[in-house]
Each structure stands twice: as C-alpha cells, then as structure tokens.
Write a protein that binds this ligand. Structure first.
Ligand code: G4P
Length: 528
C-alpha cells in the first residue's frame, strides 16, 4: 500500500496521445479504440459527428475541408479496470507547438505508421517532440490489410530514423490480400484475420490444428521462418527501457478492419505508464508531487475559445496531476486568483458531461472568461507551479486589417481572444494602431481567418508586414530595457500578456542588436 490516499485511482489512469503522419489512420484508430472499449456503439461516429455538428474533435470547417485535424481535444473511456484518456493531437506540422503542449499532458504515446510507408516526415517531427520528454511510445503498424512493406525493413527504419530499440511483440503473416493475422510472440499464439469478420476472433495456440483454416501451410512455414529470424534479431522486451523512452514495442493491425485494436488497448493497460510524480515548484523550491497526494493540483495545457458558438466562454483543458478533484472545489493560481470550479467538463466519446471527480491523469475542461491561460497551474494551496509551457517565436508575421475599417476594434478583440489560446500570437506595436499576427505556419493564418469569419462574423485581411522575426526581450533592470525600447520605438511591440517584443526585418538585424546591446536578452521562446 502506498502512503498516498489517491494512489490507487491514479494508477488506474492511462493518459496517452496518438502521433502519426496525416492519413496513417489516426482517426480510424481512435474511432475503433473507442468501439473496441465499448465507448462507441457504432464505429463511424467520430467522423460522422464531425461532419454533422460541431464537436470538440475535428470541429472546424477548415479541418473538414482539408481532412486534417488541427485542434486538440480529449476523450475519456473505460477499458478493463482502467480509465483511459486519449488526447487528440493536431495532425498538421504548422500546429506542432500545440502538439508539444498536448504531449506535456500525456504520459505515453502511440505512434501509428502506415505499413506501406513506414516513417513519414510528420511522424519524425512528432517523435522528436516526444523525445524532448522521453515519452514512452508503443508503435502500431496499421493498414496490414493492404500491401505492406517488408516488416523487417520497417522495423529497421524505425530503429535507424528514431534511434530507438524496437521489439516486435507480434509478427504479421503476410499483408494485403494475403494477410492471415499475427503471431503473438510472447504468448506463442496466433490471432487470425478474416476479411469481413467484424467480431474479433480469439487467438489460437500455434500448435492448434484449427489454425490451418486461417493460416495455410505455405504461409505458416513462411511465418515460422520470419519469426525465427526476428527472434535472433531483436532485443528482449524490457519494461524499464520502454518506460524510459528508449525502446518501442511494436504491434500490427488494421484499424479499418478492427483488427489488432483490442490488443493495442491491452498493451496500453498492461505496459503504458500511469501518471508518475511530477516536478513542481512550491515556494521556489523544486519538489516531486506524487499523483496520489492529498493536494489537488494540475495545469492548463490548452485553451479553446468559442467551442460553443453561442457563448463566448473558453474552456481551459486542465490536466490533473495530483489529489482528488471534486466538482465545486476552489482552486487557486500562483498569482492568487481563486476559481470555484462548479461546471468542470469531462469529454467522452459521444458527449461531454460534468466531472464530479477527477484524479491524476484525467483532463477536465474548466469554463472561464479568459482568466486561465495556457501554462497556468491550479492547486488547492495556490502554491504549486508546474514548469512553464513555452510559447515559440512565430515564423510568419502578418499585419491584420478588417475588410470593413469600422470593425478594427472588433477585430482586435477577436485576435486577442485567439492569441490567448496560445496558438497564434498577437503583437501590438508601441506606435500606430497596427495589429500583427504571428504564426508558426501558413495554415495557422488560414485557420485564424476562417475562425474570425465563422466565430466573429468578421472578414480579415492578412497582409505582408515589414518585419519577419519577433523576439521577446528582457533585461536585468527596467532602465536597460527602457533605454533599448526608446532607441527602437518603431520596432517595439507587446504581446497579449504585455511582454516586450522586438520586431526585426531579419535574423541579421537581431544579431546586430544583440551585439550592440549585450545586456538585453533576446529569446525565441517565452515560458509562461
Ligand atoms: P488520419 O486521421 O491519420 O489522417 O487518417 P484516417 O483515419 O482519416 O485514415 C486515412 C485513410 O486511410 C482513410 O481512407 C481510412 O479509411 C484509411 N484507413 C485507415 N486505417 C486503415 C486500415 O487499417 N486499412 C485500410 N485499408 N485503410 C485504412 P480515405 O479513403 O481517405 O477516407 P474514407 O473515405 O475511408 O473515410
């Protein structure tokens, strides 16, 4: 027994995110994970829901038009004796900053690969984000019902490109029209695949004569040979090494055909970590907060405005890190704001509901009117501060202008609201009335324009501006900062939090300013 009162509840949580290149099958897998766990009655609803009405996942028009998912959300469901929280991450690289933040709220990840393609550019990028935090990763090789690349070749590619040890937990028998199923290597069982069979079949012992109807002799010999080769070629599975993020166990399946999905869920329950102790500052001293500890604490990793177009409220997605959260509780931020959380939201596969209790690993949505920002910590004492989530300097700067000049004030409000979500930045130059939008990629600019049109009924134009680089600036004392600002009045701006920002025409100009003003610190990330 642990000394902490809520350890048992925390240890029942599995909070994970799926990372994949667009089209590898993340949506299909999400849907069928929910289906296999009994959380969806009919597969097809994740997608259908997105098409029919606005939802927390896949809810924007632009997402539907382009078939990509750009806004993260969470879905909670039960499987075996665990509560599983699946965090949805945006599939497009322009949103990798958002993904980074979502991954700070996940304890592990599932990497989905297309069996015909292997590691694709976006898989690699998202993996690098996981590596920053050594997140344990389970690999799921999807679309085995289509012609796949040689399994050995894909595993070698994962090992080489990601510098990870790979351990196949299963070995596939054929692919495409010749796909017969997988051999479960640790159990020495065969899981048959029959096209058109919706109900998963039970695994058979490798020496069970009934296996023949699923695995013809020739395929069986081929499989035996491949398994023998694999046996010698890969390391033994080590739970420790997986948990440290050095090794990935590999599973196979077809999300579309509902094959191998329950096995993936079982792997999440059996192998994936429950919430662990988290580093946190209490009174400027770093301590480890145990998930089962008495004090309720958590942090906001995403803020979403206008989820309900009829209300201008915002939902702060908050990951609980310790304690037993109860509806109606008062939680404080480090800045001393107290919030009574009377309508905490929980997100399920088909609906959202009110969260009566939540434990470490769970995500609650806290409706608020702009009080909570990404990176804020909430706790009973108001003394716990989780490490800041970085804001990254934008790579594209655009001047925003309303089509109707009378609407400038409205536009400013809309841009501010969206910037407070933390995905785009808004810079207000010290001189003049310009509004400058900063984004990591072009798609973010398009999404912003689309959201302003649908959520605020405003037409906005984003035009080139003279600046291409923005840096937050700080100095040891206010005088130094002020004298720099006085000399660069035209290029000074502030962000939505009022932090000082220097806008430059080029990276060269930043370097030049840095040389001339060594006491000024120019940073490309801002921790909140
Ligand atoms: P994403 O969220 O990662 O972008 O991928 P998504 O699930 O939308 O899947 C992309 C395409 O791949 C979809 O086809 C989907 O049906 C297909 N797919 C996903 N998993 C499997 C699988 O295991 N086997 C096969 N054969 N196909 C799979 P689409 O034609 O683009 O869309 P749709 O018309 O089927 O909806």
């Amino acid at each position: 027994m642990s000394d902490f009162p809520f350890s048992t509840e925390a240890s029942r949580r599995r909070t994970f995110a799926i990372i994949s290149h667009p089209d590898a099958g993340k949506t299909t897998l999400t849907e069928n994970l929910l289906f296999a766990a009994g959380a969806l009655r009919l597969a097809g609803q994740v997608r259908a829901r997105g098409e029919n009405r606005r939802t927390s996942s896949d809810w924007m028009k632009i997402e539907r038009e382009r078939g990509i998912s750009v806004s993260s959300s969470v879905m909670t469901f039960e499987y075996r004796d665990c509560t599983i929280n699946l965090l949805d991450t945006p599939g497009h690289e322009d949103f990798s900053e958002d993904t980074y933040r979502t991954l700070t709220a996940a304890d592990s990840a599932v990497m989905v690969l297309d069996a015909a393609k292997g590691i694709e550019p976006q898989t690699l990028k998202l993996f690098e984000v996981c590596r920053l935090r050594d997140i344990p990763i389970i690999t799921f090789i999807n679309k085995m019902d289509r012609e796949a690349r040689d399994p050995l070749e894909i595993l070698e590619e994962v090992a080489d490109k990601l510098a990870l040890d790979v351990v196949p937990m299963q070995w596939p028998a054929g692919s495409g029209s010749r796909f017969c199923g997988v051999q479960k290597l640790t159990e020495n069982q065969f899981l048959p695949f029959v096209k058109g069979q919706e109900e998963p079949l039970l695994p058979l012992a490798m020496n069970d004569p009934a296996i023949e109807q699923y695995l013809p002799i020739a395929e069986r010999e081929e499989l035996a040979e491949a398994v023998e080769l694999a046996d010698g070629g890969f390391a033994e599975f080590s739970l420790q090494s997986y948990l440290e993020g050095h090794l990935t166990p590999v599973y196979y399946g077809s999300a579309l055909r509902k094959f191998g999905v329950s096995e993936l869920l079982d792997a999440l329950v059996d192998l994936a970590p429950s919430p662990k102790a988290t580093k946190v500052h209490r009174n400027n001293t770093e301590i480890e907060q145990q998930p089962g500890a008495e004090e309720v604490s958590g942090f906001v990793f995403k803020v979403q405005a206008n989820m309900d177009p009829n209300h201008r409220d915002r939902i702060a997605f908050t990951r609980i890190c310790s304690g037993q959260f109860k509806r109606g509780m008062k939680l404080k931020t480090i800045a001393g704001k107290t919030m009574t959380i009377s309508q905490p939201l929980m997100f399920f596969a088909q609906e959202r509901g009110i969260a009566d209790t939540a434990y470490a690993g769970d995500v609650i949505g806290v409706p608020n009117h702009g009080v909570l920002r990404v990176g804020d910590s909430l706790s009973t004492s108001g003394k716990l501060q989780y490490p800041g989530l970085p804001n990254f300097a934008p790579e594209i700067l655009r001047r925003a202008r309303p089509k109707d000049p009378m609407k400038a004030k409205h536009l400013r409000k809309a841009l501010e609201s969206l910037a407070e979500e933390g995905v785009t930045q808004l810079f207000k130059p010290m001189i003049g009335a310009d509004m400058i939008l900063g984004a990591v990629g072009q798609l973010q600019i398009e999404v912003t324009a689309e959201r302003i049109a649908t959520e605020y009924k405003l037409d906005v134009l984003f035009e080139p501006c003279p600046y291409s680089v923005a840096r937050w600036i700080t100095a040891k004392d206010d005088d130094t900062l002020q004298s720099f600002a006085d000399r660069h009045k035209m290029q000074m701006a502030e962000d939505v939090d009022g932090a000082a920002v220097f806008l430059a025409k080029s990276a060269w100009e930043i370097n030049y300013a840095q040389e001339k003003f060594p006491n000024i610190k120019f940073t490309a990330t801002k921790e909140r």
